[in-house]
Design a protein around this ligand. Structure first.
Ligand SMILES: C[C@@H]1O[C@H](OP(=O)(O)OP(=O)(O)OC[C@H]2O[C@@H](n3ccc(=O)[nH]c3=O)[C@H](O)[C@@H]2O)[C@H](O)[C@H](O)[C@H]1O
Length: 458
């Protein structure tokens, strides 16, 4: 007998790197007959309509993002503002709590799926609704950065403690630099707007501690030990939802990419994409593109304009585009990453390790180079490069800066035929690729997830 249809309300952090994975997962749940009330910024609704595969089951509920003093007019997600204004997006999201409460009273869902709204578990308890914290960035970084062993709520400055893994963390080679260690606990973190109690670490930790159950976009083939560790530490169920590995079918590569890629030998081109949020400073953008030039390999790089620059093209080193014409293309806009990743010419993928890109990277046939940006991406990169050894991380100095030589060295390490490291990561990567491409793997996780939710209602 078909399991009873659940009614789930979702309210993701106003970032495309969260909204997209939540929608993907809602499509998978709607495929199984469950009803979804998807609360999201009004501005995003038109973009999402075309990706709603079950409009009779998934209803978008537009939320007006309140204006907060220093936000540009109309800003609704992190894609609309630089990193230093993320706190204002967070404050705006917190200001929607009364409206969200009204909707939840009216909708009466069985569950609410949330992430950055630390107040959601308490609100759900008041309304008799179960709350699930849905982690879209994988398990290893949440376990490393936010484990209860870290005592984030008691310690003001975790400082150097964060450089090493928590005591009972699964065996790992992951270590953070002093600069990286301070990002999660430094009171000047982007979310520390009202007081240190709202630092990003405390915000996320509160949500994880107070929710009834944790869901994580990952799979046991990659992060089983980290999910078990989180279950032990947070003393609650942690349910994996699998990794989306198949892109949208029947999409055709358009210009200028189709013609450009067609000119190269199979497996020779380096693709570099740094996600929807990463904005490099101009000097680092120069180091990146000059490093790509040093590899003597063809490349396609999608890079947002640095702060203060109108376009990416105008920010490039003098004469760079002319010098590289035909061999290198630096693109300032959005590119169809997943489609290009699967093009036969592409042989190496430099990724910032956003979890959406990581799952695409692992099932690609490319050699992998990691150039992480946000702190969760740094931990994911260290786990994949240091523990699983499916790629190579670009070396950075103690200030978190990389050089053109570092870029070139990491790419050559995985692309040179005579590189032992290249052979090792290629063999290990193909093992994980086969594991993740196993027929029906993601669906088996989603089926199991739905069963466990039902069990919570019995
Ligand atoms: C809060 C943060 O959100 C981030 O999202 P971000 O967009 O940076 O990265 P992805 O998760 O790879 O998501 C990026 C998605 O956009 C696609 N894409 C991106 C650029 C482009 O030019 N073309 C594309 O098709 C890419 O294929 C992927 O599907 C990260 O999760 C991070 O871990 C999380 O903490």
């Amino acid at each position: 007998m078909a399991a009873k249809s659940l009614h789930i309300a979702v309210y993701p952090w106003f970032a495309m790197g969260h909204l997209n994975p939540f929608l993907h997962f809602c499509n998978k749940l709607a495929e199984r007959g469950h009803r979804i009330s998807f609360l999201l910024p009004s501005k995003v609704v038109p973009m999402f309509e075309s990706h709603n595969l079950h409009p009779h089951l998934i209803s978008f509920i537009p939320i007006t993002v309140p204006h907060v003093d220093d936000l540009p007019l109309g800003a609704a997600t992190t894609a609309d503002v630089p990193l230093e204004l993320f706190p204002s997006i967070m404050t705006a999201m917190d200001l929607t709590k009364p409206v969200v409460e009204c909707y939840l009273r009216e909708l009466k869902p069985h569950f609410v799926f949330f992430d950055f709204t630390y107040w959601m578990p308490a609100l759900c308890r008041k309304l008799g609704i179960k709350s699930l914290y849905y982690v879209t960035s994988g398990a290893s970084n949440v376990a490393f950065l936010l484990s209860p062993e870290r005592k984030i709520m008691e310690k003001d400055d975790l400082g150097l403690v964060m450089m090493d893994p928590p005591e009972f963390y699964p065996p790992t080679s992951i270590r953070l630099s002093e600069r990286e260690a301070r990002i999660m606990s430094d009171n000047k973190t982007p979310f520390d707007r009202e007081s240190k109690d709202l630092s990003i670490g405390r915000r996320l930790f509160t949500g994880l501690s107070e929710c009834e159950v944790i869901g994580i976009k990952t799979c046991g083939e990659l992060e089983e030990p980290h999910c078990q560790y989180l279950e032990t530490q947070f003393k609650k169920q942690v349910i994996m939802t699998g990794l989306p590995v198949t892109g949208s079918p029947n999409l055709v590569l358009e210009e200028p990419f189709a013609n450009f890629l067609a000119t190269f030998q199979p497996g020779t081109l380096v693709l570099c994409v740094l996600g929807s949020e990463c904005i490099l400073k101009k000097d680092q953008l120069h180091e990146l593109v000059l490093g790509l030039e040093l590899t003597n390999l063809p490349f396609l790089a999608a890079l947002k304009p640095p702060i203060g620059e109108e376009t990416t093209e105008s920010a490039l080193p003098e004469g760079f585009q002319e010098r590289l014409k035909g061999k290198g293309l630096v693109y300032g806009g959005w590119i169809p990453q997943q489609l290009i990743l699967n093009h036969p010419s592409v042989g190496c993928f430099i990724t910032h390790c956003g979890f959406g890109s990581l799952s695409q990277a692992i099932v690609s046939k490319c050699q992998l180079v990691f150039l992480p940006n946000a702190i969760d991406q740094v931990v994911s990169a260290r786990m994949l490069a240091g523990d699983l050894k499916i790629g190579v991380e670009v070396k950075k100095d103690e200030d978190g800066l990389f050089t053109r030589d570092g870029i070139c060295k990491a790419v050559r390490a995985v692309m040179d035929d005579d590189s032992e490291v290249g052979k090792e990561v290629r063999a290990i990567h193909s093992k994980y690729r086969e594991l993740l491409l196993k027929e029906g793997l993601e669906d088996s996780y989603v089926d199991n997830f739905a069963l466990k939710l039902h069990a919570m209602l019995e």
